[in-house]
Design a protein around this ligand. Structure first.
Ligand code: ATP
Length: 232
């Protein structure tokens, strides 16, 4: 089976995330996509996140109608009695660990695809054990306007990045098709034309503005009921 892993903060999950997952599911014949909210994302610790349970609940609602979309607890907060409160709060979730945990349940014929947007992929070289991550799975990258194939190739960790003379001609090529290098397979979805962002949604709620089409109605209702993202 082809399995997708879609990690993120999902604070909250929105139509941009769903569009990425649906496009990847159809284009790469994925059988299932696990949506994995991070308890503590390593790269986004500047602002406090909404509690994991709320972000997970919103994912449950957003994925409820689709059998292939599965909310995952792989990066849920540690519940073991031995974990101290400090451990629980401070240990970031690294994708390489999540990928390895997920693959423990795989059959030999199963293949893992990590789904990611270009804005997040741009920082991939700084991720924990980035080279190892490329060995463990293939990537599906959703483009954003203005990103070229060269941006994708240049985002790779140094040891995997092609030489500048190789990537120079990529600058005029849009980020579509497949990029296959030694030890790296990246499938490029192109721009999905989905301007939604969780930041804009949180700001809209805080300002009392309508959310428009950016959030699933069940998620929007949950946010209202629980009073999420209201200005304090
Ligand atoms: P924030 O605005 O808080 O930074 P976000 O909307 O980017 O959040 P995340 O949970 O951080 O949401 O994103 C999870 C993944 O989804 C990332 O790989 C990100 O690049 C991708 N993504 C987010 N929004 C979109 C979108 N509108 N179209 C395509 N991919 C997206």
């Amino acid at each position: 089976m082809n399995i997708g892993l879609f990690g993120g903060t999902f604070d909250p999950v929105h139509r941009g995330h769903m569009a990425l997952a649906r496009a990847a599911l159809e284009r790469y014949k994925l059988h299932r996509i696990y949506f994995v909210p991070a308890n503590l994302p390593p790269h986004k610790q500047r602002r406090p996140h909404t509690a994991f349970v709320h972000r997970f609940a919103m994912l449950v609602l957003a994925t409820a109608q689709d059998k292939a979309f599965v909310p995952s607890l792989l990066e849920a907060p540690e519940e073991s009695d031995t974990a101290t409160r400090k451990d629980r709060q401070e240990k970031p979730n690294y994708t390489i660990d999540t990928v390895r945990r997920m693959k423990q349940g795989f059959k030999a014929s199963d293949k893992l695809f990590v789904l990611i947007g270009m804005d997040a992929f741009a920082d991939i070289a700084q991720w924990h054990q980035a080279e190892a991550l490329f060995r463990e799975c293939e990537f599906v990258v959703a483009g954003r306007p203005g990103f070229s194939l060269a941006d994708v190739a240049n985002a790779l960790p140094g040891s995997l990045r092609p030489r500048p003379e190789v990537t120079r001609p990529f600058q005029k090529q849009p980020a579509t098709g497949d990029l296959v290098l030694s030890g790296v397979t990246i499938h490029l979805l192109g721009d999905l034309h989905q301007p939604a962002s969780a930041t804009a949604i949180r700001q809209a709620v805080a300002a009392g503005k309508p959310l428009g089409r950016f959030v699933d109605p069940a998620v929007a209702e949950y946010m209202r009921k629980m009073g999420l993202y209201k200005a304090s």
